[in-house]
Design a protein around this ligand. Structure first.
Ligand code: ADP
Length: 399
């Protein structure tokens, strides 16, 4: 390894059946190695590790996340770079739910572990696997600090008016029912990067960020602080997503329980995994939806209409909440790659000053860029998100 190499951060993002990792130089932003362990706990797991432009794949039996972490770290020994050579200064763990407690990156100790565990009922699909990977990481790399970076932290200080559901206060308080918001690491990173792109001070900007991946959320950001976001108690609320409904009348739940005989678990599965674009078209991938539309499929056309209608509503609502709009930014898989979604979301929003230049919008690039015409009232941008780099930088900010 290069002797002049900077200190690095190992970023860990652990899901229900996978662990993704990336070794990052937070000073330069470069990714030194990355990989994943997927299908943990299933019959055959798959490992993938990329370093120096070379990707190696392996099959293995990985019964649990602990073994997954051990395997991932072993790949560094095997395929490089060795972690001691890479001067790993800290491990940054993505943790989904930080609740009311965590408002920023936090060095993990026993008390923090216990709190993340206590928050698990609020994020039953996310915090438990996050926690297993954190514990395994602490055991396997005991000599460096481990930091939790929470998806909810950027929204910790949402104004009460935005964070509060109009629910019986006692019930809401007792069960911690409020709007927490998610994708915060991405919204924070992208809104800061957007200020750089337009060459203005973050403190002066009213921004809407549309993070449109498989999961999707919108955030309203004033002066670098989040004032509203579309995800709520869970990542189910808000925009139409790959497999999630987004906003839906909660009485649909009562209706399905009473008339379809569905259980709460059935409906949880339906709303989270079999709805959204998948529910409307059979496919959660937007590229497939476009293919169907090109073939004349009316369901796919309607699905895209629903998707864009919801987006437009949120842009308008957030412009109203902020009393105006300076920057509108698209990010994540769909936001970065889909000129049709961008153009259709902006269409008809000229009254807010939102306009998209067709040639700029159609240009393909991995760089942050402006897609509104010169001199437009609102700067419309595409800014690739980089949650791993954001986690690495937040991790270094506390160690
Ligand atoms: P995740 O939410 O899983 O992190 P990403 O942000 O990577 O996902 O977004 C994944 C989604 O991006 C895919 O499901 C697909 O719908 C969308 N996507 C990727 N490439 C394109 C493209 N060229 N055009 C439209 N959508 C795309």
């Amino acid at each position: 390894m290069n002797a002049a190499m900077n200190a690095t951060v190992l970023v860990i993002n652990s899901g229900s059946s996978s662990i993704k990792y990336q070794l990052i130089d937070p000073a330069t932003g470069s990714s030194i190695a990355a990989g994943l362990v997927e299908r943990i706990g299933e019959d055959g797991a798959r490992l993938e590790h990329t370093h120096d432009g070379l990707t190696t794949e392996r099959d293995a039996r990985v019964p649990d996340h602990r073994e997954g972490m051990r395997r991932a770290l072993a790949l560094f020994d095997d395929l490089g770079p060795s972690l001691p050579d890479a001067k790993v200064a800290a491990v940054g763990h993505r943790v989904v739910m930080g609740g009311r407690r965590f408002d920023g990156p936090t060095i993990i100790d026993d008390d923090v572990l216990a709190t993340i565990e206590r928050l698990a009922p609020l994020a039953p699909l996310h915090n438990p696997p996050n926690l297993v990977a954190v514990r395994a990481g602490l055991d396997l790399l005991p000599d460096v600090p481990h930091v939790a970076v929470f998806d909810t932290a950027f929204f910790h200080d949402l104004p009460d008016a935005a964070a509060t559901y109009a629910l019986d206060r006692e019930v809401a308080d007792r069960h911690a029912v409020r709007r927490y918001g998610f994708h915060g690491t991405s919204h924070e990173y992208v809104s800061a990067a957007a200020a750089d792109v337009v060459g203005r001070d973050l403190a002066d900007l009213r921004q809407v960020v549309l993070h449109l991946g498989n999961g999707a959320s919108a955030a309203a950001v004033v002066g670098g602080r989040a004032v509203d976001t579309s995800m709520g108690l869970t990542p189910l609320e808000g925009l139409v997503m790959g497999t999630r409904t987004g906003d839906i009348d909660p009485a649909v739940v009562f209706h399905l329980v009473r008339t379809a005989g569905m259980t709460v678990d059935d409906i949880d599965d339906l709303f989270n995994k079999r709805s959204g674009m998948r529910g409307l078209t059979g496919h959660n991938d937007m590229r497939e939806v476009h293919r169907l539309i090109a073939g004349g499929d009316p369901d796919a056309r309607l699905a895209l209409d629903v998707y864009v209608h919801r987006l437009k509503k949120y842009v308008g609502a957030y412009a109203a909440v902020m009393g105006g709009l300076d920057v509108l930014t698209f990010t994540a898989g769909v936001g970065e790659n889909d000129p049709v979604v961008r153009a259709r979301t902006a269409a008809g929003l000229q009254f807010l000053g939102v306009e998209v230049d067709p040639a700029r919008n159609d240009e393909r690039s991995d760089e942050p860029r402006v897609i509104s015409p010169d001199g437009a009232t609102v700067s419309v941008l595409v800014v690739p998100t980089n949650e791993e780099l954001a986690i690495a930088r937040q991790t270094m900010s506390v160690v």
